[in-house]
Unconditional design. Sequence first.
Length: 223
Amino acid sequence: KDIKDKMVEFETGMEKLVLWEDHQEHQKKLKKLFRISKGNADEMFHPNVLVDKIKFDNSAHYKVIILVTSFAKYFEHRQWIRKAWGNQTFWNESVENWQVIFNVGAVDSAEVQQKLVEESKNHGDMLILDVPENFHKLSEKVMAGLYWVYTKFSFEFVFKTDDDVFIHMQRLLTKLNTTWSQENYVGNRNYNAVPRRNKGRYGVSSKEWPGKYYDPYCSGGGY
């Protein structure tokens, strides 16, 4: 039994080593695409950030920062948001200070990556991470984006949403100023959700989540 346990530990360690080596190679490839130097001090604190060309005033205090999770190649989705609900002039009047920031991951296409860099420079509202654009990496991408916002800006609330969602900013701001004017985690709450034990897109193994139910959580479209 002791030998078997040691073998399991060894195999687990080797799996982690391979994953770590793959991650290092992935980072080298991405940094070459983006021509990132080693001298960037901010990279020490935000190792997931490849490009940060945000032009917003990080000394200001914001009522809410809207973090929009967006797939890298969905250029038109982001542009639509910039022209519609994400543009403060779209609303008749907005007395609150708020901003939209797009959170995108990395792809292996040099052409797409170059377009992302240009988009980021032109609009100054996009964060590019070294997290692969993969459905199973989505949680990592969101957490990296939320952490970046938390360390960069002064705000009362941060709202996470997706690039295929319309946000009625006037109603959101009204809620933030009344019902939710305190610390809260708000969204479409899910209770007693059952993990899917299959190999599909939403499949989760017992090793990944051994519980019969998930802990309560809010749906990813907006919280």
